[in-house]
Design a binder for this molecule. Structure first.
Ligand code: NI
Length: 174
């Protein structure tokens, strides 16, 4: 297992559409382990393969609280089958968009079909934080980010701010 580097905006890879997995093999299983390790290391609750630069339709989530038992879930080729009319709002951050939190309204409940890490077809109905988290991660697989919910002006402002922040050398005081 290894911790991968998470790519951030304005990396163009984040806008690309990830490809479906035909077979869950050794490489996919290793990737899933790496995604979990990278996600836990970064204190995230979800991570899509594209965020480590790999355009495969794989994502991992774990929305358990720190004092709870871990609830790792890996979703391969996830497809949303149903979304509720009822919505909920969370302030969402993204490991690929540092220091940015945006209030986003999404369907409260979603039904998702996917393949698990053993290659088994599964179906889940999720609500609350898990529902929002999985919708956020599936958006990643389609090249969509939380800043895409904003106006172009606000989006450009955030990207500029992050690019500037990244280019700055380490600041020292001597
Ligand atoms: Ni994200």
């Amino acid at each position: 297992m290894s911790i991968k580097e998470i790519i951030t905006v304005p990396d163009e890879t984040l806008k690309k559409i990830s490809e479906s997995i035909e077979h869950v093999g050794v490489n996919e299983k290793k990737l899933i382990k790496d995604l979990f390790e990278t996600m836990y290391h970064s204190n995230g609750i979800g991570l899509a393969a594209v965020q480590v630069g790999i355009l495969k339709r794989i994502l991992v989530v774990d929305v358990s609280n720190k004092d709870e038992e871990k609830q790792p879930m890996a979703l391969i080729n996830p497809v949303i089958k149903n979304l509720s009319d009822e919505t909920s709002v969370y302030e969402e951050g993204c490991l690929s968009i540092p220091e940015t939190f945006i209030e986003i309204e999404r369907p409260k409940i979603c039904e998702v079909e996917y393949i698990d890490e053993k290659g088994k077809k599964k179906n889940i109905k999720c609500d609350g934080l898990l529902s929002t988290c999985i919708q956020h991660e599936i958006n990643h697989l389609d090249g969509k980010l939380i800043i895409d919910h904003l106006s172009k002006l606000k989006k450009d402002f955030i990207i500029k701010k992050i690019s500037k922040f990244k280019k700055n050398p380490d600041r020292i005081v001597v």
